[in-house]
Design a protein around this ligand. Structure first.
Ligand SMILES: [Zn+2]
Length: 294
């Protein structure tokens, strides 16, 4: 009898221990998830609009602070696919470094403003990798325009004209300012979320450009142009003079008093991550300490 009871007791103790471990494993699995909901390690994902061909235009936001920085790639689609990959690389970095965004700030990344133009070259929607990129001739600017043949970076409401220029070429700027769904999506997102600054990544002029519409360059735009330039190594250029541009996205932002930069990568095929990370850090540093400035 004695040995029977002790065996029963042993079995009960084992069952109890097993249940105890299952309970702890369950706790460990659920607790971090509950915490993650309130930390910045999970981005807020939004579809801010659709392209002409119905592809989603995505935004990923990290952090909960009121001082929002917005970074956007791919307004020139597959022609400047490396600006899209740079933006996705930044999203990866933010996912891997949840403490990167200071408490009073948030960072939104719109990786691909012109997804139809990207699809035309890469043949993929959303995230892609460098191995997906075919060898292309850039002379004919494949994938630069949206599916209506409009240069989206000529479709914003600053000095807009129906036709504009790119290098020595004439190109369509749409039927009116914001005639295209992609530029409307970016406009509406910006007006709703009121970022302190917006950075557009392009390629390949190897420079950081300030923005202006009719009232000159905003003082903060000059500050952040210099900050990004000095830390990244891209030369700072106050005014783009190579050819006349109308309806540019960053110049529209200047017209509504939001500092904006165009950052041009050095080539059409490189991400230049370390240089841009240094530039991003300089902007965070600037706005972390000047968070009421615009
Ligand atoms: Zn461009």
């Amino acid at each position: 009898m004695r040995s029977f009871f002790s065996r029963k007791t042993v079995v009960l103790v084992i069952i109890f221990i097993v249940l105890f471990f299952i309970y702890f494993i369950f706790l460990n699995k659920t607790k971090p998830n509950q915490n993650n909901i309130v930390t910045s390690s999970i981005p807020k994902y939004e579809i801010i609009g659709k392209s002409v061909e119905g592809r989603p235009i995505e935004a990923f936001t990290f952090g909960n602070g009121n001082t929002r920085l917005l970074f956007a790639g791919g307004i020139h689609g597959g022609y400047e696919w490396n600006s899209v990959l740079l933006a996705y690389n930044f999203i990866d970095y933010l996912n891997a470094n949840p403490n990167f965004v200071p408490k009073n700030m948030s960072i939104t990344v719109i990786p691909s403003i012109n997804p139809d133009g990207v699809y035309k070259i890469i043949g993929k929607e959303g995230r892609f990798s460098i191995s997906d990129v075919p060898t292309i001739s850039i002379s004919e600017a494949p994938g630069r325009f949206n599916a209506n043949g409009v240069d989206l970076n000529r479709n914003f409401d600053c000095k807009w004209q129906a036709t504009s220029t790119w290098q020595n070429k004439i190109e369509s700027a749409g039927n009116a300012p914001f005639s295209e769904p992609e530029s409307r999506a970016v406009r509406d997102y910006i007006l709703k979320n009121n970022p302190v600054a917006v950075i557009f990544w392009h390629s390949k002029s190897n420079a950081v450009y300030a923005s202006q519409c009719k009232n000159g360059i905003l003082p903060v735009t000059l500050d952040i142009m210099n900050a990004y330039s000095q830390s990244s190594g891209y030369p700072a250029v106050k005014t783009f003079t190579a050819y006349g541009t109308t309806g540019a996205s960053d110049d529209w932002l200047a017209s509504i008093n939001i500092p904006a930069l165009t950052v041009e990568l050095e080539t059409h095929g490189t991400i230049e991550w370390e240089k841009n990370l240094a530039g991003i850090k300089a902007l965070i540093n600037y706005f972390e300490t000047n968070n009421t400035l615009k």
